[in-house]
Design a protein around this ligand. Structure first.
Ligand code: G1P
Length: 297
């Protein structure tokens, strides 16, 4: 039988507490923080939808109700907008959950790590390969090119192994990432030999850092289930994927595009400025405004 290479499900681990954004995240999910006018989670869901994925699986926790409401029908709002003939806004709200998109929610009862969060989705994922998107990482493809997950889905169809999005990161930042090392297959593709979560700069096998986009084979679940706790005392996704290297093989794709680390204040601000400059409604005004700012050295 041919291996399944079509990706139809995406897992969004969204149970994290968002402590780096307190107090903004005291009473609202960090994934609902907006970049201009769309919450972070919406960018990730749209990226998955554009890659052909229709079943979105959210691994949530307490205080995350707003995410479910965001992708649900908002009857009162829609009735109001209809009555006041605000048709553009009405269709904007309705396109958030297209009819062919299915959303499932499962809770991660305790913060045991990213690997544990993905394991919580196992019964919804089943036995097919699936995508994982970390909404903190806001990814854009190149201007005219496909989104990052679309690039990965295309590469996966050829490879059939688990696949990670990677980028080169500065040496002094390797401890923030899963780091992979391996052999170049093409200028954009690496066959992974080694993978380690958040190494110290002295022990890092390379500077290839994993961005928050993965395509994983279901074999990863058994590995995560049986592995000891890893970096930071957490059940790490990286350790589960590392277990696949010897058995199924793992590849890393140097994606084309850009990543904004919206889990940090700096990355969040950079994304806000760049997305605002490109925004069809406010971009021009914002450009003029920025140009006129007296920015001291
Ligand atoms: C997670 C992963 C890490 C990856 C990073 C990308 O870390 O554990 O391997 O490089 O996302 O953003 P976190 O940022 O959740 O600590």
């Amino acid at each position: 039988m041919n291996k399944v290479t079509r990706i139809s499900k995406a897992v969004f681990p969204v149970a994290g507490l968002g402590t780096r954004f307190l107090p903004a995240t005291k009473a609202q999910p960090k994934e609902m923080l907006p970049i201009v006018d769309r919450p972070l989670i919406q960018y990730a869901v749209e990226e998955a939808y554009a890659a052909g994925i229709r079943h979105m699986i959210f691994v949530t926790g307490r205080n995350k109700r707003a995410i479910e409401d965001h992708f649900d029908t908002a009857y009162e709002l829609e009735t109001e907008l209809e009555a006041s003939h605000k048709h553009e806004l009405l269709s904007l709200v309705q396109t958030l959950s297209p009819e062919d998109m299915v959303c499932s929610y499962v809770r991660q009862p305790r913060s045991l790590g990213l690997g544990h969060a993905v394991l919580c989705a196992e019964h919804l994922v089943g036995q097919s390969p699936f995508a994982v998107l970390l909404a903190d990482d806001l990814m854009t493809g190149t201007a005219e090119g496909p989104g990052v997950l679309t690039q990965m889905v295309t590469a996966f169809a050829q490879l059939g192994t688990s696949l990670l999005a990677v980028q080169e990161v500065p040496q002094d930042q390797v401890r923030r990432y899963g780091i992979v090392a391996g052999d170049s297959v093409t200028p954009h593709l690496i066959k992974v030999r080694q993978m380690v979560e958040k190494p110290s700069p002295e022990n890092a096998p390379s500077r290839m850092g994993v961005a928050g986009r993965y395509i994983l084979t279901p074999g990863v679940f058994d590995l995560i289930r049986n592995q000891p706790r890893g970096a930071g005392g957490e059940i790490q996704l990286t350790d589960g994927i590392a277990g696949l290297i010897a058995t199924e093989g793992v590849h890393a794709l140097l994606y084309e595009g850009k990543r904004f680390d919206c889990g940090s204040k700096e990355g969040f601000l950079e994304a806000t400025v760049e997305f605002a400059l490109k925004h069809p409604e406010v971009g021009e005004h914002f450009r003029t405004y920025l140009r006129g700012l007296p920015i001291p050295d």
